[in-house]
Design a protein around this ligand. Sequence first.
Ligand code: CMP
Length: 692
Amino acid sequence: ALFQRGPDATLRMILRKPSHERTSEELELVFEELVHIAALSHLSTSIKRELSSIFVFEAHAQAGTILFNQGDEGRSWYILLKGSVDVVIHGKGTVATLKTGDDFGKLALINDAPRAATIVLKENNCHLLRVDKEHFNRILRDVEANTLRLQEHGKDVLVLERVAKQRGQHSAFKYTVMSGTPAKMLEHLLETRLGQSVGGMDPFLDDFLLTHIVFMPVVQLVDELANYFHCDAHEDAQTPEDREYIINFKKRVIQFMQKWVMAVRHAAFEEPSVCDFIEDLAAEVEADPDLNEETSIVHNVLTQMARYQEDRNQNAGQKWKLPPNGQPICLFSGNATPSKTVIRPDDDIIFRVYCADHTYCTLRFPMHTTAELIKACAADKLQLNRGPEDLVLVEVKSNGERSVFKDNDVSIPTGLSLNGRLFVSVKDHLDALTQLQEQEGPTEGVDIDLEILSTKELAYHITLFEWDLFWAVHEYELLYHTFGRHHFGKITANLDVFLRRFNEVQYWIVTELVSTPSLSKRVGLVRKFIKLAAYCKEYQNLNAFFAVVMGLSNMAVSRLQQTWEKIPSKFRKIFQEFEALIDPSRNHRAYRVFVGKLQPPLIPFMPLLLKDMTFAHEGNKTSLDGLVNFEKMHMMAQTMRTIRFCRSRSLGLEPPSPKSEGEVRSYISSFRVIDNQRVLTAMSQKVEPTRK
Ligand code: CMP
């Protein structure tokens, strides 16, 4: 074909004419040539015909000519007919060379983003076909190929895919990132998702901020950002255009920092390298008159950082105790309201470790201490006289089930189940471990006659209490939990405590019912618990709502026929509706529809969020052909955003008239619980033997 050798004089002549001067014979001639161009092969005949009239021919004599610069507005799309061009990126140099038949320049047009690279002619006498933006938008924008792969040095670095236009969604971006290298994704973010002109609701930036810890450690991220910020450090001569580009880029880095802190809050400041970088940034911004407008942003970030550091110093040395049963208790906190206390990695926790003969030692360690260290210390204190390789740290649950901790696991004490105990054991003797007698009995707690407490007041204080626990959970803990704490070396203590609470409430319901011998009292209790569920639902505490309803649906409770027979049908009907709401079928559809209509503040059913995370994790690889599978990150970020949404308004419940506030508060903070199903069923049998 002619175009493969370079179009002959006639074709050039035609393609240089304005489109209205091209005759139908001429257009036919052009069309026949377009058929041979690979970059157009996916397009229909009618589109190629349209293109015949608007393609413009461009010839450039000189190698080294710049076709356009990175950062420029995109005006045209090009196909290379003859010769070759270099793709050059600031700070990286030439990343790819494009040859005859390749096309380029689509990205900026479709995304309305600045040019992602500079295009420099590599040889003398290059020939190009050009389609200008307005024609491109009219003819090609909507039919363009679905996937765009960007390469550097012969390898894919970024894979973009068109997003189907969704009704009601006004994302300015037509391409979304499917996968990429961490560094290229960051570059793409800075170039397209930050800067003055960015609007819309494209979640790429937020996804990246919430999930980068999975594929790009903070230290690496800060390193890359610092490189971008200091990209002018090694360049001597700067044209005014260069300078403008550089300043523009510095502004984007600052904006990125601001959004980062907004997205993950204090977690951004936990790494010293981040704090150093922020201080660096602040100093540079102060010194650069071109960055005047950015000073307020940087100061704002600095203020938040200072507040975080002050708060951390005030609360340094927080101390917790894990009672043999029940929730960790804060023994010491610099904070005025201990209930709002977040568990931090370097907080100490006091807990017991048992060995096979049920003797124990009491240890005190920071939360982030590894299982390996705890194991070694406990073995030493309990005088096991065995090397660490022969020993394991293991949880024995109240039903005797055992689960072994990995050596590099952290936040061990809070990770135990409700009545679980920590044991250190010789590896070969694991099977001989038995639970303690006390694990089967109810946990310690306030012994009070439930009947006298107001149900509404109970629900209210349960909700306040759980709101604080929910509040303390960081979105990152969901990632740690899903990928495994040991991968990050980060604690999940706040999430652990919140999940323990779910089980605590659930088993409290069962424990209370099966340990009430009087039938009439049991009937009263069931009614009270149904009302409790209704109030929790009203207060939008769906975590407690699920726990209560699941407690009432537990086998040990549902089999209490005599009790249920005496429940008025009105109550039974309400309970059936509640059961329908927690029905897990069709992926918890009933609950999802219900919760989808609620406005914050609300406490979600946390186990389902974790299930969604696990589902996304197990169903999708993290890395695809060496690139980060960003679709997976997006799925996970969606779930993490749910948590953010639930807490996006503070809890402002109307308090019920206080009747016995003090008692209610101490009662609900720690329930008496048996969490061994076998024991509960046996107790249930005892209060209502099966009818023959
Ligand atoms: P656009 O951003 O419009 O302008 C520069 C073009 O270079 C870009 O579209 C791509 O078509 C092309 N290109 C090829 N390889 C790369 C790469 N690795 N990074 C960025 N752009 C690239």
